[in-house]
Design a protein around this ligand. Structure first.
Ligand code: HEM
Length: 521
């Protein structure tokens, strides 16, 4: 009898808790006024399931199409798709920061870095030290521009010497991006030579195509304790049971572990360089800048060794796939038979630019590429339709706010996603069509589409490496189309790639390794 009574009390408490949860989430919560599907209101598991399947971004987009510019996508989460919300969440003076619940999965060596700071003041102090390295004026001139040009030349040499490797775009563009990024971070002495065939450098990237990477990040985000336990479990029997039931988060402790290991080893090798006031090109780069800040030469806050190593690793991570995936999408989209005319126009533009320069320089200079209007339109349109970070960029605030006339309590996760911003048919007519010409109209006509273009985020936390990435991408595309035309293997013509996962920037699962053929005239 006491057992029955106890069970009845437990059941009654359970039902009461369930009712109060349902009442709160569906009726009493200030977020209940925001439209969206009830299942998403009730439990965050609903959205987590979409994330597990890799469909989160597309589902949120569909919900915006159905419910409008504000959609509640979880008990405590809202997605917005309007310029006013974008400015409020990400704009100057915004009270919103990056929530550690999500961004901790990007943490390197357990350190907080530019990418993972919540506090605006910590973030601003670190960004002040780092931003000069990647400023547009630094990128478009020597020694950065010379380095980009030399890596570009090495890519063209690879097409000539090893066309098979060059055509496998995931690999070859990662080599290009790695060599560029490592030069930016560690200077000439610490830069990799993957394009030139250095096997140990190519090996750094061996885990980036690990198919369980997204799954691992999902476990890390949603079940962090279990993930730690399962991955570090030293009892082989338990480990085999977890494995047998398919409950192992991933095969590797982390994708990019090769990149992190490289960053730490290179930092340790080179950190004792003398920090002279104006270091030579071989000693320039982010690491030197951070070491300077430590010794007080630049007036910044002193940083520990691990903080500097983490910042270096984080930059390699942030700049590697974003740039190489965008380049892959650009080469793929230009190689589609229906876009032949765009490829031909680009070829004309770069050849004209070459012909007005009397020099025998085989690669168009970075600053010249920066000013080519059709190339710029191609890059903008590629980043609109195939943004490598297309998914939500979550933010939270410690104070209550009102966004688009909805009351948003402190702690609510709010976000916009480039995938939806870039597909608003009222802003971009025929939003799913690749149309570079939309960027070539007058300033007045393009003002609105530029406001909605958001591949690099905006405001204080906008991408640090945007100018560097644009310079790399423009210089390489100009060099390729100066000499070659490209087409696709026929089985790649009917694919529709977009990186939509929040965790991995790789091509979608539906998009196998892309191969283009580089055709000499
Ligand atoms: C096509 C190439 C790239 C794209 C589309 C891109 C996009 C973005 C986006 C959307 C963010 C904000 C993410 C968020 O808040 O969740 C971001 C931040 C960042 N990106 Fe990039 N990125 C690219 C290349 C690079 C490169 C080459 C670097 C090299 C330094 C880089 C370094 C960073 C850093 C350090 C941040 C954090 C900035 C901050 O918090 O102030 N990115 N990027």
């Amino acid at each position: 009898m006491p057992l029955v009574l106890a069970s009845s009390i437990v059941a009654a408490i359970g039902v009461a808790l369930l009712f109060s949860h349902v009442y709160w989430t569906l009726i009493a919560s200030p977020l209940a006024k925001i439209p969206g599907p009830n299942w998403f209101f009730l439990t965050s598991l609903r959205l987590s399931w979409e994330e597990f399947q890799g469909t989160r971004t597309r589902t949120i987009h569909r919900l915006h199409q159905q419910y409008g510019p504000a959609v509640r996508i979880g008990p405590n989460e809202v997605s917005f798709n309007s310029l006013s919300a974008l400015r409020q969440i990400y704009g100057a003076g915004s009270p919103f920061g990056r929530p550690s619940a999500f961004y901790r999965i990007f943490s390197m060596f357990g350190q907080t870095s530019l990418f993972t700071f919540y506090s605006s003041s910590d973030h601003a102090a670190r960004k002040k030290i780092m931003s000069q390295v990647y400023s547009k004026s630094a990128v478009l001139k020597s020694p950065v521009a010379d380095s980009i040009q030399s890596k570009t030349k090495q890519f063209i040499d690879l097409i000539e010497s090893d066309p098979r490797t060059a055509s496998d775009l995931v690999r070859s563009l990662h080599f290009f991006s790695l060599d560029n990024m490592t030069w930016m971070v560690f200077g000439a002495r610490g830069a990799t030579k993957a394009l030139m065939g250095e096997l140990s450098d190519r090996q750094i990237l061996s885990d980036i195509e690990e198919p369980t990477a997204r799954r691992y990040s999902w476990f890390q985000l949603h079940l962090p304790r279990y993930t730690r336990l399962a991955m570090s479990c030293s009892f082989s029997h338990l480990r085999s049971i977890i494995d047998a039931f398919g409950l192992l988060p991933g095969k590797l402790p982390s994708a990019y572990s090769g990149l992190q290991g490289f960053a730490l080893a290179t930092f340790n090798t080179h950190r004792s360089y003398k920090t002279s006031a104006s270091p030579p090109a071989s000693e320039s780069g982010l690491m030197m800048r951070l070491l300077h800040a430590r010794t007080g030469n630049s007036g910044g806050k002193p940083l520990s060794n691990m903080e500097i190593a983490a910042e270096c690793a984080d930059n390699l991570d942030a700049g590697l796939k974003t740039t190489s995936d965008t380049l892959m999408f650009a080469l793929w989209v230009l190689s589609l038979p229906q876009h032949r005319r765009y490829q031909e126009r680009l070829i004309m533009e770069v050849k004209d630019a070459k012909s007005v320069r009397a020099s025998d320089m085989s690669i168009l200079p970075v600053d010249v590429c920066d000013r080519l209007p059709f190339l710029d339109a191609i890059i903008k349109e590629t980043l609109r339709l195939y943004a490598p970070i297309a998914a939500s960029q979550p933010r939270t605030s410690t104070q209550d706010t009102t966004i688009d006339s909805y009351h948003i309590p402190a702690g609510t996760v709010v976000s916009c996603q480039a995938f939806s911003m870039h597909r608003n048919p009222a802003v971009y007519p025929r939003p799913n069509t690749f149309d570079p010409d939309r960027w070539l109209a007058s300033d007045a006509e393009t003002a609105e589409i530029k406001r909605w273009w958001w591949p690099f985020s905006s405001g204080a936390r906008m991408c640090l490496g945007m100018h560097f990435a644009l310079a790399e991408m423009k210089t390489l595309l100009a060099a390729i189309y100066q000499t070659y035309s490209t087409n696709l293997r026929p089985d790649f013509e009917n694919l529709s790639p977009t990186a939509t996962s929040r965790f991995e920037l790789v091509y979608d699962d539906s998009f196998p390794i892309a191969e283009v053929r580089f055709i000499s005239p």
